[in-house]
Design a protein around this ligand. Sequence first.
Ligand SMILES: *Cc1c(COP(=O)(O)O)cnc(C)c1O
Length: 393
Amino acid sequence: MQKPVYLDCHATTPMDPRVLDRMLPYFGPKFGNAASRSHSFGWEAEKAVEFARKRIADLAGASPREIVFTSGATESNNLAIKGVVEATRTAGPHPGATLGSILTLATEHRAVLDPVRRLERFGYRAIVLTVERDGLLDLDRLRDSIQPDTLLVSVMYANNEIGVLQPVREIGALCHEKGVLFHCDAAQAFGKIPIRVDDDHIDLMSISAHKMYGPKGVGALYVRPRNPRVRLAPEMDGGGHEFGMRSGTLNVPGIVGFGAACDLCSREMEAEAVRLRALRDRLKSHLEAELDQVSVNGSMEHRLPGNLNMSFAGVSSASLLMSLPDVALSSGSACTSATVEPSHVLRALGVSDALVHSSIRFGLGRFNTEEEIDFVSHRIIESVRKLRSLVPL
Ligand SMILES: *Cc1c(COP(=O)(O)O)cnc(C)c1O
């Protein structure tokens, strides 16, 4: 067993060695710019990019023309949210006359909440919906909150801390019934569970290669071309790459790796989900059998197979992580960003401050073994007991 054992797959997944193999030539002899139209170096790069675009589109149930490459899900979220809003501003009969509202969830990733907050500073209204105790959005609450001026609803597919899966299909259907565009941050879900943009009524979808065993710094935005047609203002002006929606020379090796990662996910997703769910449940039952006063955060029923998020009452997650140098985990206090603050996700669920500071996120992935899971549960049980004996409840 290699130490530390990596159980932080919501932060990033290890790259699959098969993905790296496919990328390597594009760092070397196949270095061409995919936008070079006049020679074979460019054609070769373009062919590789289009091959990857097809792989990504296939996994989303989309067509290649609807996939816009970006630097990752942060950029995709920004492009979707700001791009839609800016496009409505310039397209309407009285440009800029009315500023609409944007609806999102309190449990979204910062890469959604922060762009929405920025638009708020420009006069748009942000409606940030709370979730139920299990982390799920109540559909009636959404129905009641959509206003005549709502420009966009942005709800994530799977949460990056608690792994909870929102009722995306129903949300999408409701948005389309109300004539509102629906953006979905699927960074954690894509490649882990089956997603079809048409069945789910998704108009814009953000994805990221490094959450699905691909390289960092590459992602995509799915953009629906009709029924309804999404109009998107580009964030970056330049050479007009990516159908005019995202200028900049394409990251060819990254895109090749992204395509290879999608290819592997489409073939292995089903079996991998079964295996990870079993490992996750094994970890959960060990911890619950050996420790009292532990609680799971978020719905177990509507959840990614590889996620577990637990609070260990009376134990600070910082001390727990410090006592486990041979396990790579993340706590509920330093999750989503470079700043250390208590998880806004757990807070939105109504978890008490004390339990937020006692929570640990487990992110299991493709390369974790049963031996590793047993090692980790053993180490956690040992540490929690020891820490509790120092400061009794
Ligand atoms: C990781 C993540 C992002 C950011 O993706 P990057 O590709 O790292 O920019 C956005 N949303 C969610 C839900 C994520 O898990």
